[in-house]
Design a protein. Structure first.
Length: 331
């Protein structure tokens, strides 16, 4: 549900910029980041919310920035090159706790959550006539696992491992989803991985141009993969989500909006307020299909890192989060 309240009027009208790291411009994060940026922005001189203008944070100009994806995003937040980003939950969790692909590295303890957003499914795309039927069949094939720094690549490596496929035995021709789709069209690769909320616009366009299939992730291998990563869940992409593609079992992980702990509480309170403002619903519903799944009643589900204090105050103020102090007083 959305709350019909306007952003607090106490923010200064000095211009402030707020970057949202996303992913490939051909993917899902970029348009969703742009929609969120529009919702939370309210530059000086803009019409007020009450008069049909922006209901964002006064003085704030948010910008969606194309990046390599989730892994690059958490690194950029930690280094101060981004204020916030859209990040796969598994990547955020492993970065914060120094686990998985971040094992042995310094913990990225400066990551904080604003909200859980929507689920993203692992897509493994091949041409319909391809002899590839299983993840195991990718051995020796030309495959894009996406670029270093992407959440897609992190999950692709996990999936390959779950099926006993050494990534060194795959002929990697790695790129983001746009170039990978083009290469499938001209048969210069045999398969590619992409993680995104379905339907993915780039894949919808590809399926209209070229008959494709999705390779399933299921059975004992799928269960084992989910067991290795607590943020993965079993998912089924319905038939005809993409033209001519049958229902496909796979795994999914949630996309979450993560922010630097260094961003002040008032700013994060304001962007959280703007995200869940009733006017933002119209923007989300008019964006890519995945954005329609961004709902405040899911905002606190399965958060991978601690809430930012500014976001926590918003959820406390709106009865979505219990006050620990009050709960302790009842005992």
């Amino acid at each position: 549900m959305a709350f019909c309240v306007s952003a607090a009027p106490s923010f200064a009208q000095d211009i402030r910029f707020f970057r949202i790291g996303t992913g490939s411009i051909s993917g899902v994060y970029f348009p969703i980041g742009g929609t969120i940026a529009s919702a939370i922005s309210n530059p000086p001189g803009a019409r007020s919310c009450d008069l049909g203008g922006s209901c964002g944070v006064p003085g704030l100009i948010a910008v969606a920035q194309a990046t390599l994806g989730s892994v690059a995003n958490v690194k950029a937040i930690q280094s101060g090159d981004l204020e916030s980003a859209l990040v796969q939950a598994d990547v955020a969790f492993n970065a914060f706790f120094g686990k998985g692909m971040f094992a042995g590295a310094k913990r990225m303890s400066g990551l904080r959550a604003i909200a859980n957003l929507y689920p993203e499914a692992v897509h493994i795309v091949v041409r319909r006539e391809s002899p590839i039927k299983s993840v195991r069949d990718l051995k020796g094939r030309r495959v894009s696992l996406d670029l270093d720094g992407s959440g897609t690549r992190a999950l692709a490596l996990l999936v390959l491992d779950g099926y006993g496929v050494d990534p060194r035995k795959v002929k990697q021709v790695n790129s983001q989803i746009g170039p990978a789709s083009d290469r499938i069209r001209v048969k210069s690769i045999d398969a590619f991985f992409f993680v995104g909320g379905f339907p993915v616009s780039a894949l919808s366009r590809l399926a209209r141009d070229v008959p494709i299939r999705l390779i399933p992730i299921d059975g004992k291998e799928g269960a084992a993969i989910r067991g290795k990563e607590s943020f993965l869940t079993a998912t089924r992409i319905p038939a005809d989500t993409y033209t001519g593609v049958g229902a496909t079992a796979t795994v999914s992980v949630s996309a979450q909006w993560v922010v630097s702990a260094k961003v002040d509480d008032e700013t994060v309170y304001g962007v959280t307020l703007a995200l869940w403002h009733s006017g933002t619903r119209r923007l989300l519903d008019g964006s890519v299909p995945s954005a329609q799944g961004i709902r405040s009643d899911r905002a606190l589900e399965g958060l991978a890192v601690p809430l930012h204090p500014g976001a926590a105050r918003y959820y406390l103020d709106h009865g979505m989060l219990k006050d620990p102090a009050k709960e302790q007083g009842k005992n």
